[in-house]
Design a protein around this ligand. Structure first.
Ligand SMILES: CC/C=C\CC(=O)SCCNC(=O)CCNC(=O)[C@H](O)C(C)(C)COP(=O)(O)OP(=O)(O)OC[C@H]1O[C@@H](n2cnc3c(N)ncnc32)[C@H](O)[C@@H]1OP(=O)(O)O
Length: 719
């Protein structure tokens, strides 16, 4: 709702009230319309201030209303009425003014912001565009280039930047409503014509066509198939070329296409999924709202390879004191040289001050004796990690949480090396750890609720999307990767090329296909895992049984490349070739194509034409099928957890909602049928055998993804 009061004798104060973010629900819109009309009618009222309760102006339209039969007064005419009023209206902005919230403020004649405010038009990240006049007013106010930047990226700006851009008229550190009232009294009687943004001409720009062409090209490249950023550019182009009223028509038309699109549904699902996974619960019954995290003031990182450096930087950026331990002198020196640059770039990007002084370095593991939490990030080798955990258990003060950054080893086994296994959890970061948003927090059967809560909270503080997952080989993300990569290898055996497989996946929306990712992270990573799992064995890649291991189909292609020293970008050759070791630009490699042809001949395989549909189905459905197994095993609490892991850690396109949501969009029956088809064709590939949970869901009428938990619960209760 919206509350109305008369202040300072002549100012109508309208306060938006819809906790927690004063979203513009039907009731709030109704409240604004009626209180505003009352203010206009009241002769005592000479001016109006609009603010939000509890330190937040407005988080935008109520996203929960999307997809329902929307009732109540629409936003556009409401904002027009405010702009057209003959009494001055000031938006008093503190906290957030986002989406429809900022559009409401743009309809006001003046905007004053508290220095804590954040403003933005983030609709693009919900698969939409700012359709309450945002695409038409913002370019008129701040110019086309700045408006394009804000609208196509959805980024939030601080009050200081908003002032610089001209979005707000004043920034204050004082009480926002008091300042707004003072301000509106000071402008009483001034003509309002020049304050109505819809009447402004768009600031002229020379060579408009070229500007839009270039922006569109850039936006398309970044969008990976998402349609909202493109529509955002088109809407701003309308502002630049059409009169306001026609621009509004175009905005409406473009929004109508987006609003009902699967992409918008997927992205809005991701928004709510992100909030849902922070409300974690684990099979022991521990939950986010009943488990108290312990404060972490000082942390340590053991091992300063690529991951350790990233984790140290991420911790220091959070403001924690960090002890960075590396026993190898050379590696320590390299880390000391590299990390200041990483911190500097981070500080510049985030507009904050440098935190170099937060890190102390040591070669001696005993330096971690007084820290609250340790993250082990040594080489991915169980024997080495066990030794580190035994040492930590002896050295650390009582109560120190011991975390491992393993990407898939048994966390419980590591916990068993310590005197207090309840203090042990996995904190699986993704490279580069100071940039990537995902953190898998891995609990074992003995991890205490407090250990899980502390790791989850630390992740949040570090700006990560933290997802609590159970302990199994590869946890959630890497476990699902295995069938996906396996299918990609099989496709090469059957006639596809890395270029074709990657092309199909990139067209689907991944920023990089599976083979490019493999070249980037190093082919040796997967090779080591396959060796540890007893699949890859020296000398076994070329014998007669090379393509069968442990009674199932196996492709030794990745092992063969590793045996040739082709580890990807770092060696300049992998599935592609690069201009030099460390090169970044993948080029097709004729050697690889001959190698594949020879390999097929050697194994009596005849290359066939494979279409992109088959590439997608085999790679993605194999991955999704493993996702169902993970749900069935209780390793992830719900489909949202898996989806966020894939969106934030593995480049799954957000506009496709994550693998499990995508399965729902495709139709569970179809996914099941295609898995059955491929499993019949390849009975020696267990990953293609449809998971029984998928069958259960189909048998229960393929409920929407938010109702899967009910079926999963039933499955678990019957175990
Ligand atoms: C004609 C169409 C015109 C306009 C279109 C739009 O306006 S679309 C909406 C544009 N706005 C946004 O995208 C903002 C989304 N919200 C946020 O970015 C953050 O929530 C915000 C406002 C920065 C606050 O962040 P904070 O970390 O403090 O809280 P949290 O994100 O956990 O949110 C708290 C709860 O509020 C719910 N919520 C937030 N925004 C909205 C919203 N716009 N509509 C509905 N609900 C919203 C959020 O889901 C949380 O709910 P909970 O049940 O507690 O998990």
């Amino acid at each position: 709702m919206a509350q109305y009061s008369l202040v300072a004798g002549s100012v109508g104060l309208i306060t938006l009230q819809n906790p927690p973010v004063n979203a513009l629900s039907a009731v709030v819109r109704k409240g604004i319309v009626s209180t505003f009309e009352r203010a206009l009618r009241d002769p005592k009222v000479k001016s109006v201030v609009i603010c939000g309760q509890n330190g937040v102006f407005c988080g935008g339209a109520d996203i929960k209303e999307f997809g329902t039969n929307m009732s109540g007064p629409p936003l556009v005419p409401m904002i027009h009425a405010i702009e057209a009023a003959d009494k001055p209206v000031v938006a008093a902005i503190e906290g957030s003014a986002l989406g429809g919230g900022l559009e409401l403020a743009l309809g006001c004649h003046y905007r004053i912001a508290h220095s804590n405010a954040r403003l933005g038009l983030p609709e693009v990240s919900l698969g939409l565009l700012p359709a309450a006049g945002g695409t038409q007013r913002l370019p008129r106010l701040i110019g086309i280039p700045a408006a394009l930047d804000l609208i196509t990226t959805g980024r939030h700006v601080t009050a200081a930047e908003a002032l610089q851009l001209g979005i707000v008229d004043q920034v204050t550190d004082h009480k926002i409503v008091d300042e707004a009232v003072k301000f509106v009294l000071s402008v009483a009687g001034k003509p309002l014509d020049a304050r109505r943004i819809s009447t402004y001409p768009c600031p002229p720009l020379s060579d408009l066509d070229t500007v839009f062409e270039m922006v569109m090209q850039k936006v398309r490249q970044r969008a990976h198939g998402a349609i909202a950023p493109i529509a955002c550019v088109q809407a701003v182009q309308a502002a630049a070329t059409l009169p306001y009223a026609q621009g509004m028509e175009r905005e409406k038309e473009l929004m109508a296409t987006l609003f009902t699109s699967g992409q918008a549904r997927s992205m809005q699902y991701c928004f709510f999924a992100q909030r849902a996974v922070s409300k974690w619960s684990i099979p022991s019954g521990a939950r986010w709202d009943t488990s108290m995290p312990r404060p972490v003031h000082k942390a340590a990182v053991i091992g300063l390879g690529t991951m350790g450096r990233g984790i140290t930087v991420a911790l220091a950026q959070t403001g924690l004191s960090v002890v960075a331990v590396e026993t190898q002198e050379k590696q320590l020196m390299e880390a000391k040289q590299a990390m200041p640059g990483m911190l500097e770039r981070g500080a510049r990007r985030r507009g904050v001050s440098l935190t170099l002084h937060k890190i102390t370095y040591s070669r001696d593991i005993r330096a971690v004796a007084d820290v609250d939490l340790v993250i082990e990030a040594v080489f991915e080798d169980m024997a080495l990690k066990k030794k580190v955990f035994q040492q930590l258990s002896d050295i650390c003060k009582p109560g120190t949480f011991l975390c491992t950054n393993t990407s898939g080893l048994d966390v419980d086994h590591l916990a068993s090396q310590t005197c207090n296994p309840e203090l042990v959890v996995g904190m699986h970061f993704f490279a580069p750890a100071h940039v990537m948003k995902l953190l898998e927090v891995v609990y074992g059967p003995r991890s205490s609720p407090q250990a899980v809560a502390t790791a989850m909270q630390l992740g949040k503080k570090m700006g990560k999307v933290s997802v609590a997952v159970g302990n199994c080989r590869g946890f959630v993300g890497n476990r699902m990767l295995k069938p996906y990569v396996e299918q990609a290898f099989f496709l090469l055996e059957e006639g596809a090329t890395p270029e074709q497989v990657d092309g199909a996946l990139e067209e689907f929306g991944f920023s990089m296909g599976v083979f490019k990712v493999s070249d980037l992270s190093g082919l040796d990573v997967g090779w080591r895992v396959r060796m540890a799992d007893g699949f890859a064995e020296p000398g076994a890649s070329s014998g007669p049984s090379a393509r069968v291991r442990q009674g199932r189909r196996y492709s030794p292609l990745g092992d063969l490349l590793c045996e040739q020293g082709r580890f990807g970008q770092k060696t300049g050759q992998g599935w592609y070739q690069y201009d030099k070791p460390g090169g970044r630009v993948a080029r097709s490699d004729p050697w690889l194509h001959s190698f594949l042809a020879e390999y097929r001949t050697r194994h009596g395989l005849v290359a066939r034409r494979i279409d992109n549909q088959e590439v997608l189905e085999r790679c993605l459905y194999a991955l999704i099928n493993e996702g169902f197994r993970i749900l069935e095993d209780g390793i992830a609490a719900g489909p949202e957890d898996i989806d966020l892991i894939y969106v934030f850690g593995y480049g799954w396109p957000r506009h496709r909602g994550g693998p499990m949501f995508y399965a729902g969009m495709v139709g569970l029956t179809k996914v099941l049928q295609r898995l059955e088809h491929y499993h019949q064709a390849h009975p020696d590939v267990p990953f293609m055998q449809p998971c029984s949970l998928l069958r259960r869901l189909v048998a229960s009428g393929s409920p929407p993804v938010h109702r899967w938990r009910e079926v999963i619960k039933k499955v678990h209760s019957q175990l």
